[in-house]
Design a protein around this ligand. Structure first.
Ligand SMILES: [Zn+2]
Length: 174
């Protein structure tokens, strides 16, 4: 087993200690889909998370962001391909479709992962996004495993400090 595989396995065990269970729910933003059309993204996620048991998901706003890009004479055929892939995922209802102002993907994801705005990843989502600012904000939502893709490699970030503190506290309480 490769060094990275071992490291990720250990990391996911730490997250399981904090309540993650398979099937892991992996929420994606549109950017990661657009960046990985040539990759077998779900298989890469399965390898990264050491499980065949995961549920790819996308929020209504994130798939809408793709539909919004899919018109006009200069539209990128990659967008249509990303939509086809996104359609195979479970749709996460976020309740924003009727909002007067469309939510940005970032806002949508923050409200879905941390519905009460109290820094808790209530439903134990794993988030895969190329949006650095979103990952940055989610580091203080505990506990949230964060993934992104760089040069065709899926990266699972080390546990953020906020989550690591919770884990240390719970371990002491055992
Ligand atoms: Zn939404």
């Amino acid at each position: 087993m490769g060094k990275r595989t071992k490291q990720y396995k250990k990391l996911m065990r730490s997250f399981e200690f904090l309540g993650f269970r398979t099937p892991y729910q992996v929420l994606m933003t549109s950017d990661i889909l657009l960046d990985t059309l040539k990759l077998d993204l779900i298989t890469l996620f399965e390898k990264t998370l050491s499980t065949k048991n995961l549920k790819p998901m996308i929020t209504q706003c994130c798939i809408r962001a793709l539909y919004d890009k899919n018109h006009g004479p200069n539209r990128d055929p990659a967008v249509a391909a990303a939509i086809e892939r996104a359609k195979t995922f479970e749709r996460r209802r976020c309740g924003h479709l009727m909002d007067e102002d469309a939510k940005s993907e970032r806002e949508c994801m923050l409200s879905v992962v941390d519905p009460k705005g109290n820094g808790q990843n209530k439903f134990r989502y794993i988030v895969a996004t190329q949006d650095e600012e979103l990952r940055n904000r989610l580091r203080s939502v505990v506990p949230t495993p964060l993934m992104y893709v760089r040069r065709s490699v899926v990266i699972l970030e080390p546990m953020a400090e906020a989550s690591a503190k919770v884990r240390a506290r719970e371990e002491l309480a055992k």
